[in-house]
Design a protein around this ligand. Structure first.
Ligand code: ATP
Length: 372
């Protein structure tokens, strides 16, 4: 087992004379046995990062190290790394047993009896021991995914790379496989890099989460840190569903003034603004409260625009009622509050929204960097 290090890793593609920087100076340490989830919007460089680690793509500059060894120039087969793809990539004409043993037969000199034993042990671990003589076409999606995992496990790799391995499964199976995969990774203790688009997978599966945007790593942190202390506005908006609400504000002394409301700050919070004049105020939907009658500083008159019932909770979209009263309701800014599903609330109802100061996030409007 080993620690995986990306040190200034950059990938530039030449697209007919134009340089495309797919990954820009990525620095990440993934400790021995750690589970890192790599997330970001489409085209941000996730797959390219994974492919460079696997050796399927060259590194333009920077170093990839496994333990103390620089592996940049090692061919994929020489790297003790196993990759699991979204498409499973099983051989249709081979049985499950053959799919799982093929790699060992081709690239190791492991005796046949030991290969048989290794495959059977992995199949047992994955609950597919009774499927060993079937072909992929005779398996469900979840079973095929287990075979793909089994093929990676039998190689006893130092690193697992997984590229959206659960995205072809239906929602129920996906959540079951999510926990199974986590347990498996913990039991095996293999250093893992896992790419996903899925918010739940990103928040629940990894020890650490790395958020990538436009080829640049935005933050590497525990999921809880990234959620509660996002490094910048991008991370704040990307992590969490529904997304954080953002309001563009101008600073006026110890107060923030926006189009729809004014938000006074305590002197301690105002001190954290440094000399930022334009500030983005962020608040998570679950931190917005609805109160009976407005009396405090951080309470605002709003009208319920739409209620989106989610079962256990409601997403309530609100429009500001105060501010420039000459503006028609449909042109007013909306923001969302997540409330318990037990609360009855209806479209068009007037409510007071409270945005508590202890819950707000502040970002420099120019750079997006978190100020608090
Ligand atoms: P998705 O989530 O949609 O799979 P991604 O985050 O995995 O996206 P990459 O596939 O790594 O993104 O692509 C990153 C950028 O590099 C994109 O702009 C893509 O168009 C570009 N790119 C990827 N492969 C090549 C290539 N072989 N030649 C030129 N450009 C490429």
């Amino acid at each position: 087992m080993a620690k995986l290090t990306l040190d200034g890793v950059t990938k530039v593609f030449d697209d007919g004379g134009d340089d495309i920087v797919a990954v820009d100076s990525a620095d990440v340490d993934i400790d021995d046995g750690e589970f890192l989830v790599l997330v970001g919007p489409s085209g941000c460089g996730k797959s390219t990062t994974l492919r460079m680690i696997a050796g399927l793509e060259t590194v333009s500059t920077g170093e990839i190290r496994l333990g103390e060894t620089v592996i940049n120039d090692q061919p994929p087969t020489a790297r003790n790394i196993a990759m699991v793809f979204q498409s499973y990539a099983l051989y249709p004409h081979m049985t499950v047993r053959q799919n799982m043993s093929f790699g060992l037969e081709e690239s190791t000199d492991m005796p046949k009896s030991e290969i048989t034993q290794t495959v059977e042990d992995a199949a047992e671990m994955l609950g597919i021991a009774d499927l060993l003589d079937r072909k992929p076409g005779e398996l469900s999606g979840g079973q095929q995914q287990r075979v793909a995992l089994g093929r990676a496990i039998v190689r006893d790799p130092e690193v697992f790379l997984m590229d959206e391995p659960l995205s072809n499964l239906d929602a129920k199976l996906r959540s079951q496989m999510r926990t199974e995969l986590q347990r498996l990774q913990e039991d095996l203790g293999v250093t893992t890099v896992y790419v996903t688009h899925d918010q739940t997978e990103a928040m629940t599966m990894g020890d650490k989460i790395a958020i990538l945007n436009d080829g640049k790593l935005q933050q590497v942190a525990t999921p809880i840190e990234a959620y509660h202390q996002p490094a910048n506005r991008f991370v704040a908006g990307f992590i969490g569903e529904p997304s954080m609400n953002f309001f563009e504000m101008e600073r006026n002394g110890d107060s923030l003034v926006g189009e729809w409301f004014e938000y006074p700050l305590s002197s301690e919070t105002a001190a954290e603004l440094d000399d930022a004049e334009r500030v983005t105020l962020g608040v998570r939907p679950e931190d917005v409260e609805l109160v009976a009658s407005g009396s405090g500083d951080h309470e605002f008159r709003t009208v319920v625009d739409v209620v989106e019932p989610m079962g256990n909770e409601n997403n309530v979209y609100l429009r500001f009622a105060g501010g420039d009263e000459s503006k028609p309701m449909e042109e007013r800014e909306t923001f969302v509050a997540t409330l318990s599903g037990m609360r009855t609330i209806e479209d068009g109802q007037e409510v007071i929204a409270r945005i508590p100061e202890e819950a707000i996030h502040l970002f420099d409007a120019e750079t997006g960097t978190a100020l608090r």
